[in-house]
Design a protein around this ligand. Structure first.
Ligand code: C5P
Length: 228
C-alpha cells in the first residue's frame, strides 16, 4: 500500500490537466490541497475520481468538533481515498471528523491527522507555538491523540515516521526533495530513499516533481527510490 503522492498545488484545473498530460501512462496518487480545491471545488474531485485517480484531499480541517463533523459529512460524499484534519484541534474534534466522514458515506476512506507542519522546526514549535517540546516530541504527542481518536494515520516528516509505526498508524510524509533540489519553505526535508529507510507509507512530493523540467522523469525517480 506504499505509494508516491503528487502534491497538485496548481492554480486551476487547466494547469492541473497540462501537468497530468505530461505523465504519460502513469496514473499517480494525487494530493489535492486548498489552492486547487478552493478554486475548483467538489466537481474537480469527482471528475478525477471518475477518471480513476486515487485522491488524498488535503484540506487540514481545524475547528470546533461540531463544525468539523458537518464539514466532514459533506466531504464524505466525494468518495476520496484519504482526507485529513489538524491534530491540534484535539481528540474530540478528530473523533467528530471520523464520525462525519463515515456518515457522509466514506466508511473506507482513511482519515489522518496533520501533526507538526514540515515547514516548522524545533525553534518555531517552542518559540512561536509555545509548545515546550521538540518537533519530534510534539509529533509523538499529537500522534498518540490521533490514535486515541481512532484515526488511521498521521502526516509528519520522514524523521518521525517511526512514531506512526509504533502506534500502528500509517504515515504520510511531505517535505520530500530529490537530491539537489531547492528546499523552499520546508524545514524538515528528506529524500525519497531516506523516507523509505525510515518506514514512511506514503511520500508527498510537490515541487520536486511539479517544478521539474521533466515531471514524468522526476516522478519515476521518486517511485524508483521509494518503492524499489
Ligand atoms: O512542494 P512541496 O513538496 O514542498 O509540497 C508539499 C505539500 O505537502 C504541500 O502541498 C503542502 O501543503 C503539504 N504538506 C506539508 N506539510 C504538512 C502537511 C502537508 O508540506 N505537514
Amino acid at each position: 500500500m506504499r505509494d508516491v503522492m503528487i502534491a497538485c498545488d496548481f492554480a486551476d484545473k487547466e494547469e492541473l490537466n497540462l501537468f497530468l498530460n505530461k505523465m504519460g501512462e502513469e496514473k499517480p496518487f494525487l494530493k489535492i490541497g486548498m489552492e486547487l480545491f478552493y478554486r475548483e471545488g467538489a466537481p474537480l474531485v469527482r471528475e478525477l475520481k471518475n477518471k480513476g485517480y486515487k485522491i488524498f484531499l488535503d484540506l487540514k480541517l481545524h475547528d470546533i468538533p461540531n463544525t468539523v463533523y458537518k464539514a466532514m459529512k459533506n466531504l464524505g460524499k466525494l468518495g476520496v481515498d484519504i482526507t485529513n484534519v489538524h491534530a491540534g484541534g484535539g481528540i474530540e474534534m478528530m473523533k467528530a471528523a471520523k464520525r462525519g466522514l463515515n456518515e457522509g458515506g466514506s466508511k473506507d476512506a482513511k482519515l489522518i491527522a496533520v501533526t507538526i507542519l514540515t515547514s516548522l522546526d524545533d525553534n518555531a514549535v517552542k518559540n512561536e507555538l509555545g509548545i515546550n517540546l521538540s518537533a519530534k516530541e510534539a509529533v509523538k504527542k499529537y500522534a498518540e491523540n490521533a490514535a486515541k481518536a481512532g484515526l488511521d494515520g498521521i502526516v509528519c516528516s520522514p524523521y518521525e515516521a517511526c512514531i506512526a509505526k509504533d502506534l500502528n498508524l500509517i504515515s504520510v510524509t511531505p517535505g520530500i526533495r530529490l537530491e539537489g533540489d531547492s528546499v523552499g519553505d520546508q524545514k524538515r526535508v528528506a529524500t525519497p530513499s531516506f523516507a523509505k529507510e525510515q518506514g514512511s507509507d506514503y511520500i508527498v512530493v510537490g515541487r520536486s516533481i511539479t517544478g521539474s523540467e521533466n515531471p514524468l522523469e522526476a516522478y519515476l525517480k521518486c517511485k524508483k527510490e521509494f518503492l524499489n
